[in-house]
Ligand binder design. Structure first.
Ligand code: XUL
Ligand code: CO
Length: 437
């Protein structure tokens, strides 16, 4: 059988001293962190769209990532060959999971019927390769944003036929996800948003989006798909106002529309920063609402205001992420999906390996550092101690709901002034984290 990455053997863990660029320095799949192997804790996933469909095209120039195996066509034959490429890459990398949009893996046909048939053909091969390699599907999703028909959105389009088309596509994508044993199904809003309120009925559009998710859930139930539904927040790009702006906005939408317990969140680093938050903030918001389902691991660029989808290399950031993930004991059925692309100047196929190896090592290192911080317990003790006034006395009564405003007034009239405040010690806490890096 043809080999597409002949210069690369399977990537091994060689430890921090290794000088081999094509080896892991920190990601050791069998190493145990807080009772879980790194393999099970991190659940790394390769995304099909950037890794196998990315061309490096930008608004100023044609694609640069010309792959030797790709004939440049959108044919089924080319798509079938790409499956071999993908599984060779993922096997050599040692990634346990992957994920796709329907149109990444299979070409759109001239009709919906033809698109479904193409998808079935490719899905059969994906299933075969999953069986051969043991690589599993982390999640599937539908591309409801590339085709011109989705110019006004999909579920939130002003045109009911577009809603119906999107429904047909998601129905099929859920069925294929189920057929391939996918563990989650993702909804990223794509063009679900607006540019101008003068021509937009926001109430109706939001109601339609909620209806769409309920219909998707009803269908999943009817076919026995029990994978987790995930909503992926993003504040802008492509529309100015996205309905899934950030974690809090998505959680409000979920709660308001009876989707609690049905839909969790897939949090992406570059989306968090575009929303003016940190990734840690977004993860923590999701976690405390019991809605942290999965992550799209990437990073933006401090100097650029758009979704650059770069591979994560910042150990400080990975440490913050892992502090939250370890607090909730991992990601359950979710994973760490590299929704990231190599730069258009990095056009060699081997750059795909460098990118993923770096991202996996970065997260592994973040996991080790976060686990060390948690094992020492200094940070945790500091935070617990900071809130100790709520552990007994008036604080305990506030928390258990037995103190009224009148009780609090009586308490304070009697006491006269508060106990002295204590320093937040932000600088000390930041220094403390640096000691573990
Ligand atoms: C877009 C994005 C998507 C979703 C899946 O910014 O992140 O690729 O992850 O549709
Ligand atoms: Co994403």
């Amino acid at each position: 059988m043809a080999e597409y990455f002949p210069e690369v053997q399977s990537i091994q863990y060689e430890g921090p001293q290794s000088k081999n660029a094509l080896a892991f320095k920190h990601y050791n799949p069998d190493e145990v962190i807080e009772g879980q192997t790194m393999r099970d804790l991190l659940r790394f996933s390769v995304c099909y769209w950037h890794t196998f469909r990315g061309t490096g095209v930008d608004p100023f120039g044609a694609g640069t990532l010309v792959r030797p195996w790709d004939d440049g066509s959108n044919s089924v034959e080319n798509a079938l060959k790409r499956v071999d490429v993908a599984f060779e890459f993922m096997s050599k990398l040692g990634a346990p999971f992957y994920c796709w949009h329907d149109r990444d893996v299979a070409p759109e046909g001239a009709t919906l019927r033809e698109s479904h048939a193409n998808f079935d053909t490719i899905a059969a091969k994906l299933k075969e390769k999953q069986g051969e390699t043991g690589i599993k599907l982390l999640w599937g999703t539908a591309n409801l944003f590339s085709h011109p028909r989705f110019m006004h959105g999909a579920a939130t389009s002003c045109n009911a036929d577009v809603f119906a088309y999107a429904a047909a596509q998601v129905k099929k994508a859920i069925e294929v996800t189920y057929e391939l044993g996918g563990e989650n199904y993702v909804f990223w809003g794509g063009r679900e948003g607006y540019h101008n309120l003068y021509n937009t009925d926001m109430q109706r559009e939001l109601d339609h989006l909620a209806r769409f998710m309920h219909l998707a859930h009803d269908h999943a139930k009817s076919i026995g798909f029990t994978g987790q539904f995930l909503f992926e927040p993003k504040p802008k790009e492509p529309t100015k106002h996205q309905y899934d702006f950030d974690a809090a906005t998505c959680l409000n939408f979920i709660g308001r529309n009876g989707l609690d317990g049905i839909v969790k969140l897939n949090i992406e680093t570059n989306h968090a920063t575009l929303a003016g938050h940190t990734m840690m903030h977004e993860l923590e918001i999701a976690r405390i609402h019991n809605a942290l389902g999965s992550i799209d691991a990437n990073t933006g660029d401090l100097l650029l205001g758009w979704d650059t989808d770069q591979f994560p290399t910042d150990i400080y950031l990975a440490t913050q992420i892992m502090l939250v993930l370890l607090k909730q004991g991992g990601l359950g059925s979710g994973g760490t999906n590299f929704d990231a692309k190599v730069r258009r100047e990095s056009f060699d196929p081997v750059d795909l390996f460098h990118a993923h190896i770096g991202g996996m090592d970065c997260f592994a290192r973040g996991a080790k550092i976060a686990a060390a911080i948690r094992a020492d317990g200094v940070l945790d003790d500091f935070v617990k101690n900071r809130y100790r006034s709520y552990d007994s006395g008036i604080g305990a009564k506030i928390e258990d709901g037995t103190a009224s405003f009148a009780d609090l007034e009586a308490y304070m009239l009697e006491k006269g002034e508060i106990s002295p405040n204590e320093s937040g010690r932000q600088e000390w806490v930041e220094n403390l984290i640096n000691q573990y890096l």
